[in-house]
Design a binder for this molecule. Structure first.
Ligand code: ATP
Length: 308
């Protein structure tokens, strides 16, 4: 049985091979992505047993996603195939590493998930169930799915982590906050970025008062802050040249969860998470350069650099 189960929407990512505006025409590489998929791949590379739950369509792109997940060693037994298509997103990478994402996902197979989308017995024995705040924003049925899945995890004594990933283009702050209110009592760990904090709460202070035992704030090139129980911690980022920061937050969250599973202290968890975020921020793609366990441990010991 997987140690971590995560559920969400898998997407095909079309990533330009060079920086610049798409309107002038760019060569695109076909990759796979989605916040929870990126996290699942990063965990699998660290040697953590991870199961991914989603609905995939019957199209060629769904086959691609399934094959990529299997090639990375992610458990796909709880993936369900239904009539429908897989969502796509187009990445644009501008000079200085700034990015933008364009989605084509409305009505996708995964957006039709609802309560009962997978057999909850699959959660039995897992140590974490991880969700992102993207899933409840996809559709009314996905909103219901997310709350049902959180309750099923709690009922089995599985710790719940949420990466807030507030997506303004999918829903308004008010709707997102209302969902969060409902989800909060189930959460053992909340991860969010500075943009999430600003977009949802207007200011950072409110974040630390949320009734969640463990809260981690990702601060991009500045690193991360956390509150574990009553303890406050700060951890600087590793200095790297940001090439393509999209996906760094997902890798960070994977590192933080792995740190829990490996019994690391909060300081060590943050350090590991910052290292994973840095590996992905310093390379093109959403998870392509997520490191293997031995690579990141060597890096943390000061052996081996970015250019592997
Ligand atoms: P995502 O685009 O995946 O949603 P996010 O907004 O959730 O990302 P960020 O705060 O941008 O998350 O980055 C997550 C983590 O990745 C940071 O906390 C840090 O550890 C690492 N990171 C991101 N950018 C850089 C950078 N320029 N240099 C070093 N580390 C970075």
């Amino acid at each position: 049985m997987p140690e971590v189960v995560t559920a969400g929407e898998a997407l095909v990512a079309l990533v330009p091979l060079e920086r610049g505006r798409l309107r002038v025409g760019k060569l695109l590489e076909v990759q796979v992505g989605g916040a929870e998929l990126n996290l699942a791949v990063a965990l699998a590379r660290l040697g953590v047993g991870v199961g991914y739950v989603t609905w995939l369509g019957t199209d060629e792109l769904s086959e691609l996603i399934l094959e990529r997940l299997r090639a990375e060693g992610v458990d796909t037994r709880a993936v369900r195939r239904v009539e429908g298509f897989t969502g796509v997103y187009l990445r644009r990478i501008l000079p200085l590493g700034q990015g933008r994402v364009f989605y084509y996902r409305q009505g996708s197979a995964a957006s039709r998930m609802g309560p009962g989308a997978f057999d909850p017995a699959y959660l039995e024995g897992a140590r974490f169930f991880h969700l992102s705040g993207i899933t409840p924003a996809l559709s009314e049925s996905c909103r219901a799915f997310s709350l049902w899945a959180l309750a099923e995890a709690k009922a089995r004594g599985v710790r719940v982590s949420l990466d807030l990933n507030h997506r303004r283009h999918l829903w308004e702050g008010r709707a997102a906050r209302a969902w969060l209110e409902e989800a909060l009592p189930s959460l053992d760990l909340l991860l969010l970025s500075e943009e999430d904090a600003e977009g949802l709460f207007g200011e950072e202070g409110a974040v630390w008062n949320l009734p969640v035992p463990e809260i981690v704030l990702k601060r991009g090139a500045k690193g991360a802050s956390a509150r574990v129980g009553e303890r406050r911690l700060e951890a600087p980022a590793f200095p790297v040249e940001a090439v393509d920061p999209v996906g760094a937050g997902d890798a960070f969250s994977a590192g933080y969860l792995a740190g829990h599973l490996w019994g690391l202290s909060p300081e060590e968890r943050l350090r590991l998470a910052n290292a994973l975020g840095a590996f992905v921020a310093a390379s093109r793609g959403d998870h392509e350069e997520a490191p293997r366990k031995e690579e990141v441990l060597a890096f943390l010991r000061g052996e081996g650099g970015w250019h592997r």
